[in-house]
Design a protein around this ligand. Structure first.
Ligand code: ATP
Length: 342
């Protein structure tokens, strides 16, 4: 089986709204793929169609090569992990994990064996008698994963499972989930609107906007080589500028007033350009260009600096030991930029 999940021309219309528009996507076995995009981009609807909770308007869903488009949700055999894990608070960890097996007419000994094996797999062996609230956030997450894994699904679906956690807990649970996925080689489709979460967790990210797939790639590829201005602007606090481009080998040269910058572009082109600059790629304190520091916000490990540049306002991150001051003239350079036809 070369592909665990394949979506072919998958669309969903709600009245006038085309929530998902001819989506083509593959999830290879052992891959953690995240659907990422702003609110309303169609990611939850996509996940719900895969789960069988929503019927597609057109297109096909293939699981391990088998067409499951018409199959009812309960016959798809997929594991689901929801917001805040949705553990049953009045049940023990064991009973939470056993829940999905209870209506499968299995012998008690078989249920016990499978639940204990699932708890062992997620590193919670021996904690079956505990109540969920006595576990850490990361351990609760593991119970939710064990509950889904015990059914031995070919694919796990995650619907923003971390969204109700506070920021600090979210980070640590995120790291645990990534480690768990790598240990177990889970095949997963994960939905989030949080770009940092997507970058930290995924093998591959599919960025969506307005129902359409924008780009699929590794976190590094999505971050470094955004396919279009939407992806460039959605990931990070990107500054977008207008310029004029000329092809230059694999990339382009973009003229911004009297300055020419080299930029990566998916396809070299000539003419009006949108130039995308990430704040971490705008290096303040070095370089040929000059700007005036307009506003400064201290963020602990760095400053967020708004520069009044020859092209208008540009956001830069500056390490906190540099201590930029408002009103000060500073040199700067652009270490990496991406450009797109305007
Ligand atoms: P969020 O992160 O806010 O959940 P999303 O990216 O998951 O957003 P969807 O929930 O898939 O987006 O919604 C996509 C579009 O479809 C939105 O415009 C939404 O209003 C619409 N939509 C979703 N479900 C329904 C429904 N049951 N009836 C009508 N419109 C719907």
């Amino acid at each position: 089986m070369s592909v665990a999940l394949r979506l072919e021309g998958l669309s969903k219309r709600f009245g006038q709204t085309l929530a998902v528009d001819r989506l083509e996507l593959e999830v290879p076995p052992g891959t953690f793929l995240t659907l990422l995009g702003p609110s309303g981009c169609g990611k939850t609807t996509t996940l719900r169609m895969v789960a069988g909770l929503e019927q597609p308007s057109s297109g096909r869903i293939l699981l391990g090569g088998r067409d499951i488009t018409e199959l009812p949700a309960h016959q798809r055999g997929l594991g689901m992990v929801f917001q805040s894990y949705a553990l049953f608070p009045h049940m023990s960890v064991f009973e939470n994990v056993a829940y999905g097996l209870r209506n499968q007419r299995l012998l008690a000994a078989e249920i016990r064996r499978r639940v204990e094996a699932a708890l062992e797999r997620v590193g919670l062996g021996g904690l079956g008698d505990r109540a969920p609230h006595t576990l850490s956030g990361g351990q609760q997450q593991r119970v939710a994963v064990a509950r889904a894994l015990v059914l031995e699904p070919p694919l796990l679906l995650f619907d923003e499972p971390l969204s109700n956690l506070d920021a600090k807990l979210r980070r640590s649970v995120r790291a645990e989930l990534r480690a768990l996925q790598q240990e177990l080689g889970i095949t997963a489709l994960y939905v989030t609107h949080d770009q940092e979460e997507a970058l930290a967790l995924s093998d591959r990210i599919a960025v969506m906007n307005a129902g359409r797939l924008q780009q699929v790639g590794t976190p590094e590829a999505i971050y470094r080589y955004p396919a279009n201005p939407f992806v460039a602007g959605f990931i990070g606090m990107t500054t977008l500028l207008q310029g004029e481009a000329q092809p230059n080998g694999q990339g382009v040269r973009v003229r911004l007033g009297s300055v020419v910058l080299e930029a990566y572009t998916p396809e070299p082109f000539t003419g009006p350009a949108v130039l995308a600059l990430r704040p971490e790629d705008v290096r303040v304190g070095e370089g040929e260009l000059s700007a005036v520091v307009r506003r400064v916000a201290y963020l602990g490990e760095r400053f967020e600096v708004y520069l009044e540049s020859p092209w208008g306002e540009v956001l830069a991150y500056v390490p906190s030991e540099v201590r930029p001051r408002a009103g000060e003239a500073v040199p700067f350079r652009v270490a990496w930029a991406t450009a797109y036809p305007a």
